[in-house]
Every structure is written in structure tokens, then in C-alpha cells.
Design a binder for this molecule. Structure first.
Ligand code: UDX
Length: 435
């Protein structure tokens, strides 16, 4: 019942399926039964409380309950090992409990792997583990690889209206069964369904994230060139190239780098898998390297504008790895704050949702403001790290009146540079060339 499992469960319950959400964490389950989401995702708690969802969705720690279902989705986490590869222990344990629970049952059960896994996992880990634990042979049960593409902050909508469904299986019966299920669930709105092999489906998930991360690192590279080019601005360049239908404008927003629970982990997973299979993925490694360097940009800009950062008061607007989430996993803000503290700066932060999660990391080493205004008060420099909508309304006057020195670094290109500069702000932004 992490982000993927819970959102999938809610979406399927709303579409009329009877769903059992299984998790090993009792606290988590207690919260869910009360209708409280254990993490922030827009509308999640509201959805959990809706009678239509409550009627069809139950939560349990009894993993044998899946034997009563027609389909079991594996949605466990696959964190990175030291060498970057995906740790598959949770997938293995899930496969063991599924296998044990379907031992002796008469009806066909399909197991769909939604977790992001190393190519070969469905065929070489999930299938044999279930066979061993259940004493059954494939075709008495089915296995499909069925990756998800949910975005945090937009997950419920993505689950309700997926742009495609990928079904990986060499077992025709299993693939047909899952396709039929999705056609029933989405009816007239069924998106394109692509059937392919297990390994293709697993690689589609990795390649999808790698392509998006590449797009962002690409535009960040162009941003760095634009910053050194008088009268240029990466936003305008992104708009220009985005008009080429072959390129498209999406995921061309330059910034302080990508983070989160997926891109960094999945890039490491794909690179590690590629290297292990004998190919050095030079492009993917450059994408990661570009991103690592991008995270240093905020500090470099602040230093160039303030001289030293020692004992300077720095206001950080935004901690989450992107807006509409409370997730700070591999968030750029964490790297920036660590760098600021190492240089002796005083850091005050504000984020509408992620403050609690950041507090677990930084505790009392930084100050937490109750709102954006308090965060800016008497600061020597403000670094905008996350593109929350509520920051858009900050005016040049807010910065000049509230801050000790109105030095603003726009790490997400949220503000109009002309308006800020004309309003008396000392303004720097990712991808903005000298005027
Ligand atoms: C991503 C994929 O989009 C999703 O399909 C997959 O299932 C999980 O990983 P998510 O991690 O929720 O989703 O966030 P996403 O919206 O993709 O953003 C990832 C990072 O890229 C964020 O740090 C965001 O700020 C950054 N980003 C995104 C940019 O810097 N510029 C952009 O133009 C877009």
C-alpha cells in the first residue's frame, strides 16, 4: 500500500472492483482504515473516505487473502542496492506469499507485477518463486509484467486515465486475461494496450523514465549555455524547440535538476543492468552526471551574488522534489541545504506539504517558517527550489520589503525576470543569460 498500490487500489475500487489492499505495516493499515492517507497526494484522503470506495476497498495484513481474488498486483518497493541495481527482496517475499496462498485453490489467478524491476524478474524470479511456493505450474496461474507510469501529485488521474497499458507476458492465457480485465475496467475509455514480452515490458518502464530524465538533463545543459549567452533565455528556447512536433514542449522545463522516488533510482537501476549485461550506457551516465552538477547551481549562483555564504540568512522556498507532493526523496532541496550548512549559512525553509519530512532529516539544524512571508523576512538571499503554485504570486515588492537584501535565485523559472529586475530585485535564474 505504498503510493502505487494505494492509488491503483482506489482507482480500481471506484471503477467497481472489489479490492483488498495488503500491507505488512500495522500503523499504515490503521491509518488507511480510518480513511487517512499515510502520505500526501492530492485528493487521496478524500477518495479514501468516499462511501463508494470504502464499500469496495478493505485493508489487511493477511497476505493469504489474495487467494480469494482473480488478480494480484505486486506493487512493493524496489530500492537501490549499493551498486545501483534494484533490490528485489520485496518482490521475492510477495511472490512467496502469493505462491503459498494459492496452493490448493482451484480457480485461476493472475499475478501482475507493477513494481519497477530488473529485466528478467517476472520470468526468472516471480514465476519460479510462485511455482515453488504453490506447487503449481504456470498456466494454473498466470504472470504478467504490467508497469505503471503514475506521477506523484497526479497519481489518481494517471490511474483513472492511463495513456497506455503495457502487458508483458509470453503466456498468452495470462496476457489475454489481463487485457480483458482492463477492457472491462476502462470500457469505452480503454487506452491503447500494448502486448509484448516480459523483458520488453520491464525495459519499457526503465526506458520511459530514462527518456524523460534525458529530456530534462538536455534542457538543463542548454540552460547552462544560455546563461553564458547575452540576451538569451532557456524558457524561450524550450518554447521554440517544443513547437517541433518531433520534440514536444513537455519535460523541457529547466531547473535545479530532477529528483524523487523514481528517476534517480530507475536511472541507477538501468545503468547497473546495462553495465552488468556488457554495455556501457554512456548517454545515460552523462544524463545522471549532468543532473548531479545541476544540483550545485543554486549554491554557485548564491555565492556569485553574495560573495561568501558564511553567516548569511538563506530562505529556501520549496523542499519537495516537485510540487503537489510531500515527498523529499532525492529532492534537490536536500542537497542544496546540506551545501549551505557546510558553508556556514543560516537556513530557513518553507514548503506547504513537505516540511514534516524535511524535519526528519534536518531536525534543528535549520529553521522552519510557517509561511512564505515568514520564510523571506530579513533573508539575505532566497532560493526558489520547488514550483509550488502559491509562490507564483510573490511580487518584487514582497522580496524588496521583506528581505534584508533582495537577492532571488529562481531555480524553477517561476517568475518573470523582467518584472523582478524592474521591481528592484537582484535576480538570477536557471538558463537566463546576461542582459
Ligand atoms: C516519474 C514519471 O513521470 C512517472 O511516469 C513514473 O511512473 C515515476 O517517475 P514523478 O517521479 O512523480 O514521475 O515525477 P515527474 O513529474 O516525472 O518529475 C520528476 C522530476 O523531474 C521532478 O524533480 C521534477 O521537478 C523534474 N522535472 C520534470 C523537471 O525538472 N523539468 C520538467 O520539465 C519536468
Amino acid at each position: 500500500m505504498g503510493p502505487v498500490g494505494l492509488v491503483t487500489a482506489i482507482s480500481l475500487a471506484r471503477k467497481g472492483c472489489n479490492v483488498t489492499g495488503i500491507d505488512v505495516d500495522e500503523n499504515h493499515l490503521r491509518q488507511l482504515r480510518k480513511g487517512d492517507a499515510p502520505f500526501f497526494e492530492p485528493n487521496l484522503s478524500q477518495e479514501l473516505k468516499k462511501p463508494a470506495v470504502r464499500k469496495r476497498l478493505i485493508f489487511s495484513d493477511d497476505s493469504s487473502l489474495n487467494s480469494k481474488s482473480d488478480i494480484t498486483f505486486i506493487t512493493v518497493g524496489t530500492p537501490s542496492a549499493q551498486d545501483g541495481s534494484a533490490i528485489l527482496d520485496n518482490v521475492r517475499s510477495a511472490a512467496i506469499s502469493i505462491g503459498e496462498s494459492i496452493r490448493g485453490i482451484k480457480h485461476y489467478q493472475l499475478v501482475a507485477v507493477k513494481s519497477t524491476v530488473t529485466p528478467g524478474t517476472a520470468r526468472c524470479v516471480v514465476k519460479p518463486t510462485i511455482e515453488k511456493a504453490s506447487g503449481k505450474k504456470l498456466r494454473e496461474f498466470g504472470v504478467c509484467s504490467n508497469p505503471e507510469f503514475l506521477r506523484e501529485g497526479n497519481a489518481i488521474r494517471d490511474a483513472d486515465f492511463p495513456d497506455r497499458i503495457i502487458i508483458g507476458s509470453d503466456d498468452l492465457k495470462a496476457a489475454r486475461y489481463l487485457e480483458k480485465f482492463y477492457r472491462l475496467v476502462y470500457r469505452g475509455n480503454t487506452p491503447p494496450i500494448k502486448r509484448t514480452s516480459y523483458e520488453n515490458a520491464e525495459l519499457i518502464k526503465y526506458a520511459n523514465n530514462a527518456f524523460l530524465a534525458t529530456k530534462i538533463s538536455f534542457i538543463n545543459c542548454i540552460a547552462n549555455i544560455a546563461e553564458r549567452t547575452p540576451h538569451s533565455d532557456v524558457t524561450s528556447i524550450a518554447d521554440g524547440i517544443g513547437l517541433d512536433e518531433r520534440i514536444g514542449r513537455k519535460f523541457l522545463n529547466a531547473g535545479l535538476g530532477w529528483g524523487g522516488s523514481c528517476f534517480p533510482k530507475d536511472m541507477r537501476g538501468l545503468i547497473s543492468y546495462s553495465r552488468a549485461s556488457g554495455h556501457i550506457p554512456t548517454l545515460l551516465e552523462a544524463v545522471v552526471e549532468t543532473n548531479e552538477r545541476q544540483k550545485d547551481k543554486a549554491l554557485a549562483l548564491a555565492t556569485s551574488m553574495l560573495g561568501t555564504l558564511k553567516e548569511k540568512s538563506i530562505a529556501i522556498l520549496g523542499l519537495a522534489f516537485k510540487s503537489e507532493t510531500d515527498d523529499v526523496r532525492e529532492a534537490v532541496a536536500i542537497t542544496i541545504i546540506r551545501g549551505l550548512l557546510a558553508q556556514g549559512a543560516n537556513v530557513r525553509v518553507y514548503d506547504p506539504k513537505a516540511q514534516g519530512n524535511a524535519q526528519k532529516i534536518f531536525q534543528k539544524s535549520i529553521a522552519y517558517a510557517d509561511d512564505k512571508i515568514e520564510c523571506l523576512r530579513d533573508a539575505d538571499c532566497c532560493i526558489l527550489v520547488t514550483e509550488w503554485d502559491e509562490f507564483r504570486s510573490l511580487s518584487p515588492g514582497d522580496f524588496t520589503k521583506l528581505m534584508r537584501t533582495p537577492v532571488v535565485i529562481d531555480g524553477r523559472r517561476l517568475f518573470s525576470s523582467r518584472r523582478m529586475i524592474e521591481g528592484g530585485v537582484r535576480f538570477a535564474a536557471i538558463g537566463l543569460g546576461p542582459i
